[in-house]
Ligand binder design. Structure first.
Ligand SMILES: O=C(O)C1=C[C@@H](OP(=O)(O)O)[C@@H](O)[C@H](O)C1
Ligand SMILES: C=C(OP(=O)(O)O)C(=O)O
Length: 435
């Protein structure tokens, strides 16, 4: 089969009938990239079964190889590609790492690089140079690691001295939970471990920090939240990281557009591989979609979402825990018959693109009414027309356009290839859902 051509605008398919689909999604980005990094720091080889194969996962693997890990493909069950076997090596200096647009790579890898002996330089895509990195650089410096940086952003160079003392550190993670996760993920390898405090105006994406703690504990690391009354202090004891063979769960955040499609069109989608218990923030989707008229049922490892279709009610949602899901919810807002307000997401201005601006501009360009709020977005009912939908290199802005296009003919996503960041199969899976 010829490779799909993503260089031309992608006309989002309009749904012609109620949905009745079964969907199987590739692995979680957040789980894959944590498993890769912890495997590279572990005491022996680990296998990742059904890892995500995507740009962000390739970037993480390439960065870890540059830092000394051996990562090879091994036959898996073939569902979305081979398994990965990671054999750790001593953390090496002397590398130049391209972080692309991957927040996990640009926040996690510099902390690991500090364990090595030598210089490691970091850079990324043009927009990656605008993403907040100040807390990574400040944290390393506070830990006694030399960082050469002209500005508190990419590009910069970490000068590892072969060890990090660790101890106690305070950062401001208001702009990203990844600053916290990065330090906790590597801290077992600091001489004194780490007691980390967050002090700042907000702490977004708490479930991703829970995911980090759980990933560490699964590998025998003593990692916990400290009950400081504010839920913003953590402790990781120094010690070995055990190797682990892990089955990577499907990406539940990438389930969002497929489940939102049910609200937009009506009918039913059954999602395979829904975990009985998970730290992924996508577990909140059933309750987030309920105000829009969706009913959800978990049974036998599947999630079934049903909706009648037709008018979509308005809603007000606080997505501070789940900023990653905001573009999909805002897309439903553009289709709703009453105002939809999403708050708690000011920090998504620092995601792959300024997501608040991108969503407002795209919705307004197709005739909608959307307003940026200091901490979110408000969308009001308006008749939508087709037209260009900018992806801004952002997988979730691209898929938000796909959701709107289900009901609005002629929505043209300029770069559906942006979905390669976490779900390269998106156009094919979307078409299959609608078939
Ligand atoms: O640690 C992670 O895997 C992630 C944390 C979150 O980042 P922010 O806290 O910057 O939103 C999330 O939005 C991102 O997609 C993935
Ligand atoms: C914010 C996201 O990604 P990143 O890991 O690059 O921060 C995202 O996937 O929504």
């Amino acid at each position: 089969m010829p490779a799909p051509d993503h260089s031309r605008p992608w006309t989002a398919p309009t749904a012609t009938a109620r949905l009745d689909a079964r969907v199987q999604l590739p692995g979680s980005k957040s789980l894959t990239n944590r498993a890769l990094l912890l495997a590279a720091l572990a005491d022996g080889p680990s296998t990742l079964h059904r890892p995500l194969r995507s740009r962000d996962a390739s970037i993480m693997a390439a960065g870890l190889r540059a830092l000394g890990a051996d990562i090879r493909e091994a036959p898996g069950d073939g569902l979305f590609g081979p398994d990965l076997v990671v054999t750790p090596g001593p953390v090496a200096g002397g590398a130049a790492i391209d972080c692309g647009l991957a927040g996990t790579a640009m926040r996690f890898l510099p902390i690991m690089a500090a364990l090595g002996d030598g210089r490691v330089s970091f850079d990324g895509d043009p927009h990656a140079r605008e993403r907040p990195m100040d807390q990574t650089i400040a944290a390393l410096r506070a830990l006694g690691v030399e960082v050469e940086a002209a500005a508190p952003r990419l590009p910069f160079t970490v000068h590892g001295a072969g060890r990090v003392r660790g101890g106690e550190l305070t950062i401001d993670a208001s702009a990203s939970s990844q600053f916290v996760s990065a330090l906790l993920l590597v801290a077992a390898r600091f001489d004194a471990g780490l007691t980390l405090h967050h002090r700042g105006s907000r702490l977004p994406s708490l479930p991703h920090i829970e995911m980090t703690l759980e990933a560490l504990r699964q590998r025998g690391v003593d990692a916990r939240s400290l009950d400081a009354g504010d839920g913003a202090s953590w402790r990781v004891e120094p010690g070995p990281i055990a190797p682990l063979d892990e089955h990577i769960e499907p990406d539940l955040s990438n389930a969002a557009p497929f489940l939102a499609a049910v609200v937009a069109v009506g009918g039913r989608v059954v999602l395979d591989g829904w975990p009985a218990r998970t730290t992924q923030v996508g577990r909140l989707l059933p309750e987030l979609l309920a105000p829009f008229g969706a009913t959800s049922r978990v049974a036998d490892g599947t999630l079934t979402v049903e909706a009648v279709g037709g008018e979509i009610p308005g809603a007000t949602l606080d997505l501070r825990a789940a900023g990653e899901l905001a573009p999909t919810i805002v897309a439903l807002g553009a289709l709703a018959s009453a105002p939809v307000e999403v708050t708690g997401i000011g920090h998504i201005r620092g995601h792959e693109t300024d997501r608040i601006r991108a969503l407002v501009d795209d919705i307004v360009a197709i005739g909608g009414v959307a307003t940026a709020l200091p901490d979110g977005i408000r969308v009001e009912p308006a008749p939508l027309t087709g037209g260009p939908w900018g992806a801004y290199a952002d997988h979730r802005i691209a898929t938000a356009g796909a959701v709107i296009g289900l009901r609005v003919p002629g929505v043209e996503v300029d770069d559906i290839g942006a979905t390669a960041k976490t779900i390269p199969e998106f156009p094919e899976l979307w078409a299959a859902m609608l078939a």
